[in-house]
Design a protein around this ligand. Structure first.
Ligand code: TXA
Ligand code: MG
Length: 344
């Protein structure tokens, strides 16, 4: 298949036509690039799973561009949802509702719930509006790889496998939306993301975090967001997180780098602006300063992919604080490291 690259806003109509005909289009969103298909067409949705190599029990998020599109997808809109919608939509918050019968099981992974998101990105919104369709859209990467935050990374993974890719520059947040289950009385964060626990707490008063998110899935806990149990966000290199005071962790990483280089391995380090000058490795990248976690989140997936570009065998990274967007950063890093954590 020849993948058409669209970089002109005026060509969005042709992308909408592809979606209406049951094809796949990758589009930028404010979080990461998404791989879109008509959410109500099971055979279009099946193509998403094929193009990504995604396990079929991992449900998809349905994207809408106005509130009228929500009603037919869900059984009901609880009061909590109305409050959250007022505060956070459009934006990087996905809400899990009881699904209506029109949502295909290919989208829900056979669950009786559906995840819905109203993105704020103008291109994605325009695409939904022009097609007139709710769009199922997972991140536009090969399953297991770090999510793409530029069109270039989508091309790397999906060129030749999908009809079209829209180039809308780089994404604002760089980590995916927060997934919040509102089907029981106490809302539960199933995946930390762009709308943080702190922001949600201010509005909701009480909410929980799915304990499986931070347990490394080593115990009996099965995550409620099915996608969270799979290998994810992983570059080709093996990733190790070194947790502890940043300066001491930097020293420990330098020791580890030397050991690995002596074994003939190419070693990368993900540091911060504060620690970068202390680190020695084949490639040292800085995500930004510790005082601005938003920048670190924004660059995280791109940095992981840059280590692959430079053919690193091993990557060591510092740990980041887990407040605000840091919760999403550490969740993604822990998964990309398969929970290989060295505490000092
Ligand atoms: O920011 C985002 O959410 C991006 C952009 C493209 O919108 N999309 C995205 O989709 O991250 P994906 O498929 O990579 O992640 C969807 C997550 C998975 O962890 C999945 O298991 C969970 O949402 N999910 C989807 N439907 C669910 C449901 N009904 N119940 C619980 N979790 C669900
Ligand atoms: Mg994904």
């Amino acid at each position: 298949m020849k993948t058409v690259l669209i970089s002109d806003f005026d060509d969005l109509k042709s992308a909408a036509d592809i979606l209406k005909a049951g094809g796949l289009v990758a589009s930028p969103t404010e979080t990461v690039y998404g791989l879109c298909a008509n959410a109500l067409d099971p055979s279009a949705v099946a193509k998403i799973f094929k193009a990504k190599g995604r396990p079929s029990d991992n449900p998809l998020i349905v994207h809408i561009a106005n509130l009228d599109m929500l009603t037919p997808l869900v059984e009901n809109i609880p009061q909590t949802a109305k409050l959250l919608i007022e505060h956070f939509w459009p934006g990087p918050l996905t809400l899990v509702f009881k699904a209506s019968p029109i949502v295909p099981k290919e989208v829900t992974g056979g669950l009786d719930t559906v995840a819905v998101r109203f993105p704020s990105h103008p291109i994605m919104r325009q695409l939904i509006t022009l097609s007139g369709l709710p769009l199922a859209a997972p991140s536009a990467n090969t399953s297991g790889k770090p999510s793409p935050t530029t069109a270039k990374r989508v091309i790397e993974d999906l060129n030749g496998k999908i009809e079209s890719i829209i180039d809308g520059g780089s994404c604002e947040f760089g980590v995916e939306s927060t997934v919040l289950d509102i089907t029981s009385s106490l809302p539960v964060i199933l995946r930390p993301g762009g709308i943080t626990y702190e922001m949600l707490k201010k509005v909701l008063g009480r909410l929980e975090i799915d304990p499986a998110i931070y347990q490394g899935l080593s115990g009996d806990l099965l995550p409620k967001a099915p996608g969270m149990k799979y290998t994810h966000y992983a570059p080709n290199a093996s990733v190790f997180i070194v947790k502890g005071d940043p300066k001491r962790a930097a020293m420990k990483i330098n020791e580890l780098v030397k050991e690995q280089q002596n074994l003939g391995r190419r070693v990368g380090v993900l540091a911060t602006d504060e620690t970068k000058h202390l680190m020695h490795a084949d490639l040292v990248l800085s995500g930004g300063t510790l005082s601005n976690l938003n920048t670190i989140a924004n660059r995280l997936f791109e940095d992981l992919r840059r280590f692959d570009d430079a053919h690193m065998d091993i990557v060591y990274t510092l740990a980041f604080p887990t407040n605000e967007i840091g919760a999403a950063i550490m969740n993604r890093l822990e998964k990309s490291a398969s929970y290989n954590i060295i505490s000092i």
